[in-house]
Design a protein. Sequence first.
Length: 212
Amino acid sequence: MKIVGERPEGLRARQKRETRQLISDVATRLFLERGYDNVTIADVASAAGVARMTVTNHFPLKEDLVLDLQEELVNGMARAVSRRAPGESALDAVRRDYGERLSRRDPAIPDADAGWQRMVLGTPVLRARLRQLFDQAEAELAAVLARETGDTGLAPRLVAAALADVERLLFEEGQRLVLDGEESEHIFAALAGTARQAYDLLEPAVGDYARR
């Protein structure tokens, strides 16, 4: 079904996307089978049937072969705020966006992937990269808030930090639930409840900030 206003994907773009996905899938399989530290970029390239340079063109850092959904992690909150509807505040937009991500089972939300979560939590370089991605997300959100409000002071950074902390907390809670062996439905229901509580706690302080 064609979506009105959406440009069709060209052949080159589709091939690039499919190659990237193939490399990511192969890398994840190898990392889970052998351990992250025991797999090289050359191993991934060989198993995927591509050149080593093709792997590094798609994934400049080895860590990003694992954390391949970084675009959503880094830009998700900033995008939600920049596209907020009339009457929505920054908090409203981020809250709504997270609810929509839960509804569509966004792959960036931890879900029934215990092996992957154990690998990330058990590998210092991956934990550090994940933290870096959340820090980048906070910075992107702060930049959007500063631009949209015209405020170059402390407020955009404080609000961004508060909303980014909720995002981190929800991700970590999802990881905990996955490693506890919870089923998908329970994970998403629990995260919905935790998100509601977290955003409600922020409401009195930043609920009206950047209302459009």
